[in-house]
Write a protein that binds this ligand. Sequence first.
Ligand code: IPM
Ligand code: MG
Length: 355
Amino acid sequence: MVKNIAVIRGDGIGPEIVNEAINVLDRVAELYGHIFNYTDVDMGGCAIDKHGDPLPTSELKKCVESDSVLLGAVGGNKWNDVPGNMRPEKGLLRLRAGMGVYSNNRPAKIWPQLSSASPLKKSIVEQGIDFIIVRELIGGIYFGEHKTEGDTAIDVLTYNEAEIERIGRIGFETAQKRNKKLCSVEKSNVLDSSRLWKKVMHRLSTEYPDVELTDMLVDNCAMQIVKNPAQFDVIVTENMFGDILSDEASQITGSIGMIPSSSLGASSCGLYEPIHGSAPDIAGQDKANPIGTILSAAMMLRFSFNMCEEANAIENAVSAYLDAGYRTADIMSEGGKLVGCKQCGKLIRDNLEKG
Ligand code: IPM
Ligand code: MG
């Protein structure tokens, strides 16, 4: 198959980790006889420097017209003082909205090889950590009005029933493919938008009788994720709660550097990115962990290109790399063999085999 992939290298460690993911994709193409064409897209701080805009319309167009988008990371201290609507992160938010990718899927799964890297007690880790956070991605407080007037700042949080329903359906469908347990997370003891969220989820649940729906307040969920993560199968929640809970969930699996994500909307053109940031403190030093990006590329193959065998091959290659004891600094522990970003990518690429 021929696929056109828009590539956003971005800022900080973005270019390094994306390079490794592309090397892996190129090897997949060789092994399975596909052709992947790459189009570079400027977004984030580097786009502010080059075009004076974190995501010029022409760059967004390249993404919308592609078969899928692979993204490293954007942002950095250099652009901290630019106005809010010109920040690198604004480029990312415009990209998500412009592509209409309302459903963000963030797995929290512990690799058995890394169980000692989890900060949780062994007795908790042994019960298993394997859940998915389905995060609404293009609504809520991120996309409401933002303004500052004198000594008052305002951010508006809005959801309507249609927005809740479409992400709710993804939550139920994701649970149907797994252990059929869906936990809807909100703050209905305080927020109107959360009361509407809960009402819509329960209305939808009548259409998915095979899925067990539970409700949880977001503060309690933050606690339960560290106390008893084994209880979760699929969590569905609004934009900002999902942002916070997915960072928390990543930590209990050992390293945020390992976690990929997919974002999809109505079409098969998705946005694939690791959930970590641009880590400017280690940028350009060949220290970053490219696995989150490599696994995001695997998700792209599975969810957007329907290349499941190829995606499995990448995940197996990552697993074999971990089995062999190689570790980037973020997941290094006693007895591990320390490698840099490039070597990590190369070892995974060399492990790739046609299944
Ligand atoms: C994430 C990030 C982004 C978000 C930032 C960079 C805008 O934290 O993808 O989780 O808040 O969505
Ligand atoms: Mg985040």
